[in-house]
Design a protein around this ligand. Structure first.
Ligand code: KG4
Ligand code: ZN
Length: 339
């Protein structure tokens, strides 16, 4: 049988993403980002994101169709992120998906953003073994998820109780005066720094703490205090050492908890997704610790880790392949959609 040809639309945050896949094969991955429009505010501004999605939506869909070399009439379905995310931003994608599905007479599949972040790895490494453990770390979420069935059963084991991991990178970058988004810049500076230079706190790693929850706001505050003390004393701030030491604290906690979750649940595959999965130290440390624990690590290439439409198409194709029911044209955009 032919593998399903699906177009996926992602607009949960600041990227307008449209991807096209055939089964687990990536055919197109078009992304228009409004990240530069938000930079001077130091974070994503919902109203600006919504308007940017509206302007970019149709051109990005057309670009993806052209890139894939297919006609929209060949599609087996249209998938779209139904949540979680920014309400107004989600609404643009959901409305566009409905319009295309209705006009083309194709089934519509509303999918969960977090499940898509996991499923995208099929485009990189082939079918996901089930159950899979997933560590999703981005600017908006930081969760450990157990996925016995990526299309219908994804269970949260724990998540951040305050800041998301990416948010911590962004805030620390701001303290250091490095700009937004902070992750890539900190990653770069950290390569020149000493990760042991400063011992920053590892949140929620005590024996009585929730084993799979995360907390990064204490770490962020500790970094800010350390930097302020230096400045007050009139001493130079060793930016590379601060970046490396902060990054080490984040990746230590993330990888330690992810490996422990695999061991406790008897799962031998770990996937890491979300924008922070692009972090070079997180990838290296996760690889070391998974190797030591006999766990197979799967991390998609950075472009598939950040928000994109291909991940939505990947999950949509999986839903078609497994005969999951399509959504109605009354599909709501749900900003707090649970997995
Ligand atoms: O998944 P994503 O594109 O969007 C959502 O937040 O959903 O993730 C963006 C986040 C930002 O906080 C950014 O600073 C972080 O991912 N990020 C990184 C790196 N590249 C992006 N964090 C650490 N290291 C990186 N190399
Ligand atoms: Zn995301």
């Amino acid at each position: 049988a032919d593998e399903p040809l699906v177009l996926g639309i992602e607009t949960s945050c600041d990227e307008t993403g449209v991807g096209i896949v055939r089964g687990t094969t990536l055919l197109a991955d078009a992304v228009a980002s409004s990240v530069d429009d938000h930079a001077r505010f130091g974070g994503v501004v919902p109203e600006i994101a919504s308007r940017a999605h509206l302007e970019a939506m149709v051109p990005t869909i057309e670009r993806a169709l052209k890139e894939a070399g297919i006609a929209a009439s060949d599609l087996d379905g249209i998938a779209v992120t139904a949540g979680p995310g920014l309400a107004g931003a989600l609404l643009v994608g959901v409305s566009a998906a409905k319009a295309y599905a209705y006009a083309l007479g194709k089934p519509l599949y509303g999918v969960n953003h977090l499940a898509s972040h996991i499923c995208v790895d099929q485009l990189e490494h082939g079918p996901l073994p089930e159950p899979t453990m997933a560590l999703l770390v981005s600017g908006g979420h930081s969760s450990l998820l157990l996925a016995p069935d990526i299309t219908a059963d994804v269970r949260p084991l724990g998540s951040t109780i305050d800041d998301a991991a990416g948010e911590a990178f962004d805030k620390v970058a701001r303290v250091l005066g490095l700009g937004f988004p902070g992750g890539p810049v900190i990653d770069r500076y950290a390569r020149e720094g000493d990760p042991e230079a400063i011992r920053f706190p590892r949140g929620l790693t005590g024996p009585r703490d929730a084993p799979f929850d995360f907390s990064f706001s204490g770490l962020k505050t500790a970094v800010a205090r350390w930097v302020e003390a230096r400045r007050r004393a009139g001493e130079p701030v060793p930016v590379a050492d601060v970046a490396a030491s902060f990054q080490e604290a984040v990746t230590d906690v993330l990888t330690r908890k992810a490996v422990r979750a695999c061991q406790e649940q008897g799962v031998d595959h770990l996937m890491i997704g979300g924008g922070v999965a692009a972090n070079s130290r997180l990838r290296a440390m996760a690889q070391e610790r998974c190797d030591a624990a006999g766990i197979v690590l799967r991390v998609p290439r950075p472009k598939l880790c950040t928000d994109n439409g291909a991940m939505v198409a990947a999950l949509g194709a999986e839903m078609v392949a497994r005969n999951r029911p399509a959504s109605g044209l009354d599909l709501p955009a749900d900003s707090s959609l649970p997995v």
